[in-house]
Ligand binder design. Structure first.
Ligand code: MRU
Length: 349
């Protein structure tokens, strides 16, 4: 049965402003459970453990999160408020290093505080709440435009491969890489989507397959090592992926395995599109080599999803959560502002 995908709220602020409410993505697809987060530790843990995940959604959660925590700062002077605000900001920013949206959103919140030294704290809190809601709304508008921009490159009936989850669950609404698929679905394009399972955390299997299926999209789940076969068979005419950080030269960090998909796409002559809001562009980062890549717990590879450990005790494990796709493998970078083609220049975004 198809649903309006925007009925699911990935991340929101509770009505009374006392908590960030997230759809716990670690429980999907089995259970749709919302959790309320009201302390800095709970918010940090939810981001680190991927209860809320996806670059834009992490940014929105952090913006709401710092507002929620700021309300708890004991009444006092502006300077005292600032000091505690900055401590919480640094703490939340340390939850995940690769997606730039986290820091971008927190910096926006900090600017609000810095711009109003003469205002009483309750008024600053109101401005912080408004800023966090603005970050969410801007993301929703950006996603819709990204979808429209990308749809102009796609044709009805196309086979489209995607990696990880850059859909509704990763943002405020619709998604980035999945936005053109949802818009196409609304307009009868009849896309056939291939979702990479996305080892080791299975964002493709658990989240992309879940949300596309729920929305009535024709989706086929494949293991990551099957992408070559479906391309070889001629079933894929475009690849769409999201991004966690785009460097000034167009190198792009995204979920581990994305660069391999880009290499395959080049081999088979299939366009490889990267979609993301301009909040994912890091203008201070010259190239992919400067992007900090998160490394995660080895147990995600050896134990998670298995009933017992699936690797010998003592084996060395390397578990990077992201990789960098070099700009020369990217056919276009699509933002809310338009479509940038190589050679990528900052002015194009
Ligand atoms: O580790 P995750 O699940 O947060 O990684 C998510 C991705 O890599 C997404 O592709 C990216 O954040 C873009 S989301 C619109």
């Amino acid at each position: 049965m198809s649903i309006n995908i925007t009925d699911l709220r990935t991340v929101r602020l509770s009505q009374d402003g006392s908590a960030v409410v997230v759809l716990d993505q670690t429980r999907l697809p089995g259970a749709e459970i919302y959790v309320s987060l009201s302390s800095a530790e709970e918010i940090w843990e939810a981001i680190y453990k991927l209860k809320v995940r996806g670059a834009p959604a992490i940014g929105i959660a952090a913006a709401y999160g710092i507002y929620v925590c700021s309300r708890q700062i004991a009444a006092g002077t502006y300077d005292g408020f600032c000091k505690e605000f900055l401590r919480i900001k640094e703490y939340l920013a340390s939850s995940r290093p690769t997606a730039v949206n986290l820091v971008t959103a927190l910096n926006r919140m900090e600017k609000v505080v810095a711009a109003h030294p003469m205002k009483p704290v309750p008024e600053i809190l109101q401005l912080l709440r408004a800023e966090s809601e603005a970050i969410r709304k801007e993301d929703a508008a950006a996603c819709r435009k990204i979808g429209e921009n990308c749809l102009s490159l796609l044709r009805p009936g196309m086979g489209i491969l995607t990696h990880c989850n850059a859909g509704h669950l990763a943002v405020s609404e619709y998604g980035t890489a999945l936005a053109p698929i949802y818009l196409g679905e609304e307009r009868g394009y009849g896309f056939k989507v291939f979702a990479d399972e996305t080892r080791p955390l299975l964002q493709g299997a658990r989240l992309t397959a879940y949300e596309l299926l729920k929305a009535g999209v024709d989706v086929t789940l494949i293991c990551d090592n099957m992408a070559s076969v479906v391309m070889q068979k001629g079933w894929v005419q475009a690849v769409v992926v999201g991004c966690d950080r785009v460097a000034a030269n167009g190198d792009t960090a995204n979920k581990i395995g994305t660069s391999g998909v880009a290499i395959l796409a080049r081999h088979y002559g299939i366009p490889f599109y990267v979609l993301g809001p301009t909040s994912t562009i890091d203008r201070n980062c010259p190239d992919g080599g400067s992007i900090v890549i998160e490394e995660r717990n080895p147990e995600e590879i050896t134990d998670m999803w298995y009933t017992s450990r699936m690797a010998p005790e003592g084996v060395k494990i390397y578990n990077p959560a992201f990789d960098v796709t070099p700009h020369d493998l990217i056919s276009a970078i699509i933002t809310e502002k338009g479509i940038a083609y190589p050679p990528f220049r900052l002015e194009d975004f």
